[in-house]
Design a protein around this ligand. Sequence first.
Ligand code: PBG
Length: 325
Amino acid sequence: MGFPIHRPRRLRVNENIRRMVRETKLSVDDLVQPFFVIYGEKVKNPVNSMPGVYQLSIDYLVDEVRRAKDLGIPAVILFGIPEKKDPIASEAYAENGIIQRAVRAIKEKVGDILVITDVCLCEYTSHGHCGVVKKNEVLNDPTLELLAKTAVSHAKAGADIVAPSDMMDGRVAAIREALDAEGFKNIAIMSYAVKYASSFYGPFRDAADSAPKFGDRRSYQMDPANAKEAIKEASLDVEEGADIIMVKPALPYLDVVRMVKDTFPEVPLAAYNVSGEYSMIKAAAQLGWIDYDRVVMETLVSIKRAGADIILTYFAMEVAEKLQS
Ligand code: PBG
């Protein structure tokens, strides 16, 4: 029984009926705003490849996090730019490192908003890789201890959730064990479980000054051609104790987002709408080639429709403002 009995257009005739049958609704509750934090005072360095994104000193960061909280955003994620880098990423786990200071400042001055910290070494290593390097090889097992130390130092500073993004095997278990041993049983792990070796991270590496000095990340991040492997990565992280899992990037991998959600419906799923996805939209808008507001909303709705429960996006605060109006 089809046409003329069935006319799907009946449910599209006006906005009220479209609202009533809408399947996916974006909410401020879904959004996480990323920030880049740097030493100094009253520093606000624009990131050229990411219009509207800045490296912020802690004083300005606190103001922006307060604004995010006032907009109803439940969580922020922090990335740090250290004062100096070395081969073993000392500042990643220093008690007075940039992230540790930033977390303490937010907890003291802003209070009630979740602080997620990105746990990785690439911003802090002189070679720019996410692990310990020996003879141009990124070593897995010796890196685990440094990641665990980093996560514990973030928890000590007051982080609510730690988010390992390094893609070393076994890091979720190593971090869980270290957190528990230090009494941080209620600090959750949001693992970048399914993280591809993507060229969409290009602008982020300008923002975080974290480009590898030799080679690339293909020996630890996933091959963009693989989808089934995402299930293997996600199931290992869930087994190891990840509370929330993530797929990254988002838009070029919506099939993977759907597959991971269908396979692990009980695990909250995050998707990271990464820097390159953001910059492409900003650039096209600057050229006057797209309707910016609509493209941003359509992008975030598509990520949610694919199965993401949580969206990390540089658009979060802008979108939260729009959702209010
Ligand atoms: C750190 C890290 C990266 C991103 C998040 N955490 C960069 C990378 O893996 O090179 C990318 C985020 C973005 O592009 O917005 N390892």
